[in-house]
Every structure is written in structure tokens, then in C-alpha cells.
Design a protein around this ligand. Structure first.
Ligand code: GRF
Length: 254
């Protein structure tokens, strides 16, 4: 058994992902509750979920710690006090200073409501509708210094319907977020996924052995998304159909 990780969830608003994480932990699907919930917004509805589950909360006041650097230093201090080693952003609206990102390299993740690398930044669901795509979804990725650019861990796909509005599409994507994020957090806490040499390693697909993949995992290039290694896109529609729950592992067996 490896070291037991302590994780924090960072929130700014509604907190539906935090709620999903707390409930998954309570059901035993994640090994532990978060050790800390951090916010930059003292009136975030998310905080009520933390309190309900007896999880410590911490407000870092952006007025006191003006600028990303100072805010980042305060964040590192608060995380350090509780020996937090994994950080999960869940609707945290502040851009995180690079000092935090380098301190937690490979241990800081985010969830974004699009199939990255498509539609980075704010209003991802609106961007998807405006682009007229016929599918979108959500992505859990490691955080790097760019905006939603870090290595992709897992994605979940959602069909875009003709009559979709931002609200209806967001709601369907959110449903997937609530399943995907707890799943990835559990994998990270249990050491079943990690960042290595800039790529993602899943315990199940070590040594390029794809036969050990779960039924819902596939090489990125086989399911028709751009391969991060060679930039090529290959599509196999039959294979694509099999991944009805939409999980894609961006792992390249080549
Ligand atoms: C989610 O859509 C998440 O993907 C994005 O911010 C939103 C947060 O929602 N990063 P909630 O606060 O978890 O309900």
C-alpha cells in the first residue's frame, strides 16, 4: 500500500462537482473525503456541501492577497499546513499562479466542460453550440500553465441535439462531469493514473499492453481523436460506437 494521499478541492461557485465528489467518497468510490475545500468566494454555495460532510473549508481573500502571485503563495501555505498533496479544481474561477502549478506538477487536475483541446476557456458549451459540432462533453486534465491546455486524462462524450440550448447542453455535460471527475480522482488517489514524461500512464495499460484496458478505454488514435504523439487523426467508426459511455483514454500504444 502506498502513501495515503490528502486532497483539496478548490471551488468558486455552485459546487455540483464538489457535491458529486463528496457523495462518491461517502459511497466508498473515492478512498477518502477531501481534507480541505478552498474558495476565493465566501458566499459560494459549494461551501454548504463541504460543511454538510464535515470537511474543513478555507477562504483565501483575493482582496487581501491581491494578484496571482500573492494568492498563489497563500494557497501554497494553506495546502501545506494540511499536508495536501493533490489539488482538484472544480469550478475554481481564479487563474492559478505558476508557483502552485510547479509545486503540484502532476498532482493538480481540472474538469472542463468540452472535449479539449476544443473550446478552451469560458463558455465552452456556448462555443460548442456556435461551432455547430454534433458532439461535445467534458475533460479531466492535469493543469499546466496554459488555459485548459494540460495533458488530458479522461473525457466523456455527449451528443449535441439540434434543439439544444446552452442550458440543456450544459446540463447533459454536467451529468457526465459528475461521473467522470470522482472516477479520475479515485484513480489519482490510488496511483492508477499518473503523469510521466509529459504523457499519461494508466496502471492498466503499462508496457503498452492494450489487452489489459478496461472496456471503456481506448487508444486516443484508435477512437478518432488527434493523437498527442504524432498529431495524426485516425477514425474507426465501429470502434467508436463501442465506447457508448464516452470514456477515452488518450494513450498511444505506438
Ligand atoms: C463545471 O461545468 C466545470 O466543468 C467547470 O466549471 C463548472 C463548475 O460547476 N470548470 P460546479 O460549481 O461544479 O457546479
Amino acid at each position: 500500500m502506498g502513501k495515503k494521499h490528502k486532497y483539496a478541492v478548490l471551488v468558486s461557485g455552485r459546487g455540483s462537482n464538489l457535491k458529486a465528489i463528496l457523495e462518491a467518497a461517502q459511497r466508498g468510490e473515492i478512498p477518502s473525503l477531501p481534507a480541505l475545500v478552498v474558495t476565493d468566494n465566501p458566499s459560494a454555495p459549494a461551501l454548504a456541501y463541504a460543511v454538510k460532510h464535515g470537511v474543513e473549508t478555507c477562504f483565501i481573500n483575493p482582496e487581501t492577497y491581491r494578484g496571482r502571485k500573492k494568492f498563489g503563495e497563500a494557497l501554497i501555505e494553506e495546502l501545506g499546513k494540511r499536508e495536501i498533496d493533490i489539488v482538484c479544481l472544480a469550478g475554481f474561477m481564479k487563474i492559478i499562479h505558476e508557483s502552485v502549478i510547479s509545486k503540484f506538477a502532476g498532482r493538480i487536475i481540472n474538469i472542463h466542460p468540452s472535449l479539449l483541446p476544443a473550446f478552451r476557456g469560458l463558455g465552452a458549451q456556448k462555443q460548442a453550440l456556435e461551432a455547430g459540432v454534433d458532439e461535445s462533453g467534458c475533460t479531466v486534465h492535469f493543469v499546466d500553465v496554459g488555459m485548459d491546455t494540460g495533458p488530458i486524462i479522461r473525457q466523456s462524450r455527449v451528443r449535441v441535439e439540434k434543439n439544444d440550448t446552452v442550458e440543456s447542453l450544459s446540463a447533459r455535460i454536467l451529468e457526465q462531469e459528475h461521473k467522470l471527475y470522482p472516477r479520475v480522482i479515485a484513480e489519482l488517489l490510488e496511483g492508477r493514473v499518473r503523469l510521466e514524461g509529459g504523457g499519461i500512464l494508466f496502471e492498466e495499460v503499462k508496457n503498452n499492453d492494450c489487452s489489459k484496458q478496461g472496456g471503456d478505454m481506448a487508444s486516443a488514435c484508435l477512437v478518432g481523436v488527434r493523437c498527442r504523439w504524432d498529431g495524426r487523426t485516425r477514425t474507426d467508426p465501429d470502434l467508436f460506437e463501442k465506447f457508448s459511455n464516452g470514456f477515452i483514454t488518450p494513450f498511444c500504444p505506438e
